[in-house]
Design a protein around this ligand. Structure first.
Ligand code: FEO
Length: 181
């Protein structure tokens, strides 16, 4: 009886390549969450408490994205794989405000590209449920990419101007985008 139950649990209704891609997506979301958490600390250490709050919210959003995928896999009797690695080993960056935001946008684009890969595979194997599930992430990515692009544009306009940076820092401290999920 117990054996039957166990066998049922590991027999996924999802195509194995979809499960594998979703687990890779968990890795990316988790990486993004830790990447932004690290930036939150960096910005706080450098006196930008508003930007620090912004990245803390971003980190929480990415963690939520990861847990959404974990929940979906469990619903489908599939096994989520939690990432186990040194999250920050490749992310040693010097403190440059503009380039840290540009790198964040680069990461978001990487995630979007991967989402498209999952959706392509869903179409290939006829998995319309997962394809539908991924639509939420596509909309979310569009918003995130636009958010970073706007901040990068503002940073380029202000350059090294202290009062401009002060205002950006203040505005981003008011960002509550982490609460709309
Ligand atoms: Fe969940 Fe911004 O990728």
């Amino acid at each position: 009886m117990l054996k039957e139950k166990k066998e049922k649990k590991i027999t996924s209704v999802l195509h194995k390549e979809i499960v594998s891609l979703l687990n890779e997506q968990i890795w990316l979301e988790n990486h993004a969450s830790f990447y932004y958490l690290n930036l939150s600390i960096e910005f706080s250490n450098n006196g930008f408490n508003g930007i620090s709050t912004f990245f803390l919210n971003q980190s929480q959003e990415e963690r939520l994205h990861m847990t959404k995928i974990i929940t979906y896999l469990l619903e489908k009797d599939s096994i989520p794989v939690l990432p186990q690695y040194n999250f920050m080993e490749d992310d040693e960056e010097e403190f440059n405000i503009l380039s840290l935001f540009e790198n964040s946008l680069y990461n978001e684009k990487r995630i979007t590209t991967f989402l498209n890969k999952i959706i392509s595979k869903c179409k290939e194997v006829g998995d319309y449920t997962t394809e539908n599930f991924m639509q939420w992430f596509i909309i979310e990515q569009r918003e995130e990419e636009n958010k970073f692009k706007e901040i990068i544009d503002d940073l380029k306009i202000v350059g090294d101007d202290g009062s401009g940076l002060y205002n950006i820092n203040k505005e981003l401290g008011l960002d509550i985008s982490g609460e709309d999920n």
